[in-house]
Unconditional design. Structure first.
Length: 100
């Protein structure tokens, strides 16, 4: 799978004010939740190809609520209404987009 496919999924199904996790994307695209690092690598490749892709990739966080905080992720998420405390989002307070 190429990062372009992943980016299309994010553009179509993860609008402003929504988040998902690396685990959710791994489950949807790879069939298991253990591919989070591969997903993160694809997202990084998307941003390296075009920095403006960060506005889509920044809506993906770790399964435990941690924010990677690359490419201004925390600032973007806060601007979209998420409460980021200690580099983490309380997952009990948000809806996580499921792709399955």
């Amino acid at each position: 799978m190429k990062w372009e496919h992943l980016l299309i999924q994010l553009k179509l199904r993860l609008p402003v004010g929504n988040i998902t996790t690396y685990g959710e994307l791994s489950e949807h695209l790879l069939g298991h939740r253990m591919g989070g690092q591969a997903i993160r690598s694809m997202l990084e490749a998307a941003v390296n190809a075009d920095y403006t892709n960060a506005r889509f990739t920044n809506r993906v966080i770790y399964t435990d609520g941690r924010v990677a905080d690359v490419h201004g992720q925390s600032v973007q998420l806060e601007a979209e209404g998420f409460n980021v405390q200690n580099n983490r989002i309380d997952l009990s307070q948000v809806n996580i987009v499921k792709f399955g």
